[in-house]
Design a binder for this molecule. Sequence first.
Ligand SMILES: Nc1ncnc2c1ncn2[C@@H]1O[C@H](COP(=O)(O)OP(=O)(O)OP(=O)(O)O)[C@@H](O)[C@H]1O
Ligand SMILES: [Mg+2]
Length: 237
Amino acid sequence: MIDKYIEMSMTMDNNSHGSNKKCFYFDDYVLLCGNSVDRDNHAISKINVMKELKEKGVNVVRLLEYKRVGNRDYELQERAPGSELYDYHAYNSIAGQKQYLSRLKEISMQDDSFYDKFISDWDNILTTGLDVDPSKCNNFFFSNNQIYFIDLNRMGASYEQRNEYKYMEMAVVLRGGGLPWMCEKVTDEALSIIPIIYQKIGLSIIRMNGDIDTYIMQVDPNDRYGLRDFFVNKKVR
Ligand SMILES: Nc1ncnc2c1ncn2[C@@H]1O[C@H](COP(=O)(O)OP(=O)(O)OP(=O)(O)O)[C@@H](O)[C@H]1O
Ligand SMILES: [Mg+2]
């Protein structure tokens, strides 16, 4: 099946792109083209892992087929529903700021189940040996009040390391990204919404972990650039 899509992509412009891969949209599928770190063996196990995750109800898109042509790697994946959580490419336009703010509000108004599912899906992904890449918010899609995870790759660091920082990363993703991103677009209005998101994800973390290992957040809402907002791994008794 992948050959047909590779051929169609030859006469198309890509619909989206990341730092490495070009992405071509078809109705229910996407074709990604780039130099992937996923060589054949890994891609084959990834096909199985993604299938298992999906069957478990985790919001991932399946990798369906993989093919290397010359020095190019192609991946046929299910197309993620909805749109990128935050539009990475439009960050410094006025329209981009408006879009950012409206999505931020939407996230801040989600109920407990949204936050709980986001955390448990992320956890489930890490336990398979695949990793979430929190460095860009376009690795997350938003549809029907849920987050979908794309761009999952084999874990580069140890599970312990990745596990240690996950809550901070989740909070950063939901607020719209890391520091450079924040400097550009964080308005006073956004600053008033971000603590609500921190609060909700913090409560969700506590809900999910019980009182044995409880995580609390320390957030300074007046810290404009988010330099001091962080999640700490602390027991509260
Ligand atoms: N399954 C998918 N469904 C819908 N859109 C997708 C899908 N996979 C990729 N895309 C689009 O293509 C973009 C690039 O894909 P991806 O993140 O996998 O590539 P990348 O180059 O590794 O990205 P990065 O910049 O994170 O390194 C995504 O941000 C998204 O907009
Ligand atoms: Mg990506």
